[in-house]
Design a protein around this ligand. Sequence first.
Ligand code: ZN
Length: 158
Amino acid sequence: MKRTDYISWDEYFMGIALLSAQRSKDPNTQVGACIVSDENKILSVGYNGMPIGCNDDETPWEREGSRLETKYPYVCHAELNAILNSAASLKGGRVYVSLFPCNECAKAIIQSGIKEIIYLSDKYADSDDTKASKKMFDMVGITYRQYILTNRTVTLPL
Ligand code: ZN
């Protein structure tokens, strides 16, 4: 008899997105992304972090203050990192991400050919950035659905 309590594809890929988020050094927001093909092959992963070579001890992680003293001009979001990290074409793929994509990542997602977004949190749904993301996704026919937690807990011996 084969196992019946194996994790679903959605649990697997969202799990990988959440594990990737644990690599983030951002003290406030840890986001992970996992891009998969229509054959359920993992094409790329990413998390939010400073660009390669930018010392993350010298770049700020603040959310408030003058713009140059905040993380915002510097940090590279999880989805953008996952897109840029990939050697393969992402056309027709889907992205699992722990937070709904901002408008900048939405543009990169559209240009990469990704066709579906599966997100966990949409906590900035009322922001203009997220509204712009949804407006663009709707215009180009990219679908998005919220991942519903299954209440399964996976413990990894690290
Ligand atoms: Zn973004």
